[in-house]
Design a protein around this ligand. Structure first.
Ligand code: APR
Length: 247
C-alpha cells in the first residue's frame, strides 16, 4: 500500500514545522533490512522452541546454553544486514534539525543497532541491545566479540555467566532508559511512530503520553495499529518507502 499525495503533504508539513522530534520505532523499522520479527525468526533449528524457552528468565534458568545460542545467532546475523532508507532518512532529518538547534531523538524497542549505524544518536534502547552482553552477576558490560563467542563466556571479574543484554518477557525495563525516553517524549514538539503495533507495554504508553500532552503524532505503518487512533496522520507505507518521502 502507498500513501496518497494529500497524506504525504500533511505528514511533511507537520515534520517541517517541528524542531525537536521524538521517533518511537519498533520491529517494522528494521523489517526491510531483513531482520525477522521474533516469531518469524523461530525457523530451522529454532522452530521447535517457544518465546518462553528463549526469552524469559525462566528459560535462561532452565537452559542458558540454549538461550545464549539463540541470541548469539541473532547477533551474528545482525552483522550481515545494513540500515535501510528509512533509517537513513531519520539520520538526515537529525542533521537537518541540528542545524537549527533542534534534533531527532530516537526511542526504539529494537535491540539491533541499525539506527546508530545509519548515523542517528539513540536516546533509549527500551528493550536492550543485542550487540553487547552483560554479566548476569555484577552487571558489567561485555564486548561485541563476547556476544559472538561460543561456548557462553564468563565474566572476567566475578566469574558469573554473561547474558544477552536484552529485556526478556517478565523483566522490568531498564530505569535509566525509561526515564530518558519519557524526557524525550516530554521535550518534543512532534512524535513520529514507525513500525510498531503499539501493544507491548509499558513501551506503548509513550505515544499515549505524547497525545495526552497535545503533541502531534505522525504514524508510519503499512497497516493500522493501536497507535492509529491517536495519530494526527497515519501514513500507510513502509519505513523505507515512506520516511524518505515525508522527511
Ligand atoms: N515498515 C513499517 N512498519 C512495518 C513494516 C515496515 N516495513 N513491516 C511491518 N510493519 C509494522 C506491522 O504492521 C506492525 O504494526 O510493524 C509492526 C510490528 O509489530 P510487532 O511485531 O508487534 O513489533 P513491536 O511493536 O516492535 O513489538 C514490541 O514486542 O516482540 C516484542 O520485545 C519485542 O520490541 C518488541 C516488542
Amino acid at each position: 500500500m502507498s500513501a496518497d499525495s494529500d497524506t504525504i503533504a500533511r505528514a511533511s508539513a507537520l515534520i517541517a514545522d517541528a524542531r525537536d522530534i521524538c521517533v518511537f520505532s519498533g520491529a517494522g523499522m528494521s523489517a526491510e533490512s531483513g531482520i525477522p520479527t521474533f516469531r518469524d525468526a523461530l525457523t530451522g533449528l529454532w522452530a521447535e522452541h517457544s518465546p518462553e524457552d528463549l526469552a524469559t528468565p525462566e528459560g535462561w534458568a532452565r537452559d542458558p546454553d540454549l538461550v545464549w545460542g539463540w541470541y548469539r545467532d541473532r547477533a551474528d546475523r545482525l552483522r550481515t544486514v545494513t540500515p535501510n532508507a528509512g533509517h537513513r532518512a531519520l539520520a538526515d532529518l537529525h542533521r537537518n534539525r541540528a542545524a537549527v538547534g533542534g534534533g531527532v531523538h530516537i526511542v526504539t524497542q529494537n535491540v539491533d543497532d541499525l539506527h546508530e549505524r545509519a548515523g542517528s544518536t539513540i536516546v533509549s534502547h527500551l528493550h536492550g541491545d543485542l550487540t553487547t552482553p552483560r554479566c548476569s552477576g555484577c552487571g558489567r558490560r561485555g564486548s561485541p566479540t563476547d556476544m559472538l563467542t561460543e561456548p557462553r563466556p564468563s565474566c572476567p571479574l566475578c566469574g558469573a555467566s554473561l547474558r544477552p543484554d536484552v529485556v526478556w518477557f517478565g523483566e522490568m525495563l531498564p530505569g535509566d532508559q525509561w526515564a530518558d525516553a519519557e524526557r524525550a517524549v516530554d521535550a518534543c514538539d512532534l512524535m513520529i511512530v514507525v513500525g510498531t503495533s503499539g501493544v507491548v507495554h509499558p513501551a506503548a504508553m509513550l505515544p499515549e503520553r505524547a497525545a495526552h500532552a497535545g503533541t502531534p503524532i505522525v504514524e508510519v505503518n503499512p497497516d493500522p495499529s493501536a497507535v492509529t487512533a491517536i495519530a494526527d496522520v497515519h501514513v500507510p507505507g513502509t519505513a523505507a518507502a515512506a520516511l524518505p518521502r515525508i522527511t
